[in-house]
Design a binder for this molecule. Structure first.
Ligand SMILES: Cc1cc2nc3c(=O)[nH]c(=O)nc-3n(C[C@H](O)[C@H](O)[C@H](O)COP(=O)(O)O)c2cc1C
Length: 205
């Protein structure tokens, strides 16, 4: 992390940054993100997360096409009838990302390498050993002035992703993170108040 950037500031302002400049990001910065991801915990410390940093334009286009295939039908009902202004703004950013994903400087795909072939829901069995690394990556991106956002829609068809990225059949692709210099503004995230989601000792009185 950047020494002048506090962990607290990163955590409290790490918005999903979907609007990204297409200016290239130096390889060293991309490696810095993966290095931070590698410091995260994993079950039994197996360290079986794998990271594909996609910068090749043809490869990015294929992943962006997969994202569109799944994002379009997913957002269509809300796009036609957003429930409030906040959702309307988020959907407009999701559409922007869908239209520009192939232009992001890097699409980072976080995977898990299982001991055997995985399919169906088995793909998500060890997802918990990948997501802490994803969060480290997002916070580090925030701290060095890069924008990033976790996405999953492009990965719904695991066979299609495996084909594009030449992944072994033991790999599950769990998160796709477009990374680049931000076009949008960072600022405080908006979340439910603590009193709504936390109890001491038990949920119901
Ligand atoms: C498990 C997970 C899956 C997500 N999948 C997508 C996705 O496919 N597309 C997308 O645009 N954002 C995706 N997001 C980003 C969330 O929509 C975003 O983190 C949330 O709206 C909060 O945004 P904010 O941090 O800017 O407030 C995903 C986030 C998580 C944690």
């Amino acid at each position: 992390m950047n020494d002048t950037f506090s962990l607290r500031e990163a955590i409290y302002t790490c918005r999903a940054m979907r609007r990204l400049d297409n200016r290239p990001v130096p390889r060293e910065m991309l490696e810095q993100l993966i290095d931070a991801a590698l410091q995260a915990p994993s079950g039994s410390n197996t360290q079986n997360a794998r990271w594909i940093v996609v910068c090749d334009p043809a490869q990015k286009r294929k992943l962006a096409d997969l994202n569109r295939t799944h994002a379009e039908p997913y957002i269509a009902p809300n796009l036609a009838n957003p429930k409030d202004d906040k959702q309307r703004r988020m959907l407009s950013a999701v559409v922007w990302q869908m239209d520009h994903m192939h232009e992001a400087p890097a699409l980072i795909v976080a995977c898990f390498d299982y001991p055997e072939k995985v399919e169906g829901l088995g793909v998500y069995r060890s997802a918990g050993s990948v997501w802490p690394g994803v969060q480290n990556l997002l916070l580090t991106a925030r701290s060095i002035g890069l924008g990033a956002a976790p996405t999953t829609l492009a990965l719904r068809d695991q066979d299609a992703v495996r084909k594009v990225l030449a992944l072994p059949e033991t790999f599950a692709a769990l998160c796709l993170i477009p990374v680049g210099y931000p076009l949008g503004k960072f600022g405080p995230v908006s979340r439910r108040p603590i009193g709504e989601v936390m109890r001491f000792d038990r949920w119901n009185d």
